[in-house]
Ligand binder design. Structure first.
Ligand code: AMP
Ligand code: MG
Length: 307
């Protein structure tokens, strides 16, 4: 049996399995199967009120699960497959586990732009509910080895390359009149405003889901994180960006050339690497420009530092 066949068998027998996408690795299960979806929550230690994104092979599969208005259709046509999750009203006729939506009457849907993920979805022909394949609250995984570090042999992992985008998808809420960005990502607010030809509001998912505080510790390494540093303390590791005068014995540079896309790809891998380093007491992060995908990088770092 090849790897994809094994993954399909896990899905059809109600197990969770991990798989690569272009954003981060996902921990997926059949979105119609209550006990399979519950396994995701148990494995991650994820609170039941935090809904999951379903992954679809194309727009036609998406239409069976969500009610797409003109705005949602325009965005799906423009950005799928790709790193954009669209929140729409749940299709009342959809057969879906209520654990996926955490009981909400809306659903978050994405079509990933990754050959392995698309192959799985096309062959399984039912959406896969999948959050990031990490213990809830820790840094998201962008490499096979990150997922293995988290779950060991408890979870079957479809192998793949490093996730090329490296940050979770942008989430846009199209279930309300004033379309809002719930989470920044590779596709920026400006990208979406240009396509829709209208300004967007910015909200957090917790405002929409109404579970205050639920996301505070997202993406946190074990070590304390200090942002926008101008100097590095003794025993701190440095997470640097571009060229500057900062130095430390233990240091990684997200992009020596100052390229934000490259920095996004490396962010979670480097945070995990520094977090594992013995004998350091914290991670000092240099300033990173808050433009383009830098907005999402800074948002993830703010959460990492909010412990
Ligand atoms: P992740 O934690 O990366 O799996 O992404 C799932 C996130 O999608 C949740 O934490 C919410 O922020 C968001 N989400 C999922 N479903 C909904 C929904 N129906 N309404 C609003 N946000 C949602
Ligand atoms: Mg996550």
């Amino acid at each position: 049996m090849n790897i994809i066949q094994t993954a399909l068998l896990k899905l059809s027998s109600g197990e969770a399995m991990a798989f690569p996408t272009e954003t981060v690795y996902g921990l997926g299960a059949d979105c119609t199967n209550d006990s399979a979806v519950q396994k995701i929550f148990t494995l991650k230690g994820r609170p039941a009120f935090n809904p999951l994104i379903i992954h679809v092979s194309d727009i036609h599969m998406a239409f069976k699960y969500g009610e797409f208005n003109d705005t949602a259709r325009t965005l799906a046509n423009k950005f799928w497959p790709g790193p954009l999750t669209i929140v729409v009203p749940l299709n009342k006729n959809a057969k879906i586990s209520s654990y996926v939506t955490a009981g909400l009457d809306t659903i978050a849907i994405r079509c990933p732009n990754h050959p392995v993920a698309l192959d799985l979805l096309q062959q399984y022909n039912v959406p896969i509910a999948a959050p990031s394949a990490n213990i809830s609250g820790y840094v998201s995984p962008t490499k096979y080895e990150h997922v293995h570090d988290e779950f060991g042999d408890k979870v079957f992992i479809v192998p793949g390359d490093q996730s090329c985008i490296g940050l979770e998808s942008t989430i846009v809420d199209c279930s309300v009149t004033d379309v809002a960005i719930l989470r920044p990502g590779f596709i920026t607010k400006e990208n979406i405003e240009t396509i829709l030809n209208m300004p967007l509001t910015e909200k957090t998912s917790s405002e929409v889901i109404k579970a205050p505080g639920q996301f505070k510790l997202h993406y946190s390494p074990k070590l304390p994180v200090r942002l926008n540093v101008t100097n590095v303390h003794p025993n701190e590791a440095l997470l640097n960006f571009g060229q500057n005068a900062l130095t430390a014995d233990i240091s990684l540079n997200l992009s020596p050339q100052g390229n934000l896309d490259e920095a996004a790809t490396n962010l979670f891998d480097y945070l995990r690497k520094l977090d594992k380093h013995p004998n350091i007491t914290g991670i000092a992060v240099s300033p990173i420009p808050c433009e383009k995908i830098g907005v999402a990088i800074n948002e993830r770092l703010d959460r990492a530092a909010s412990k």
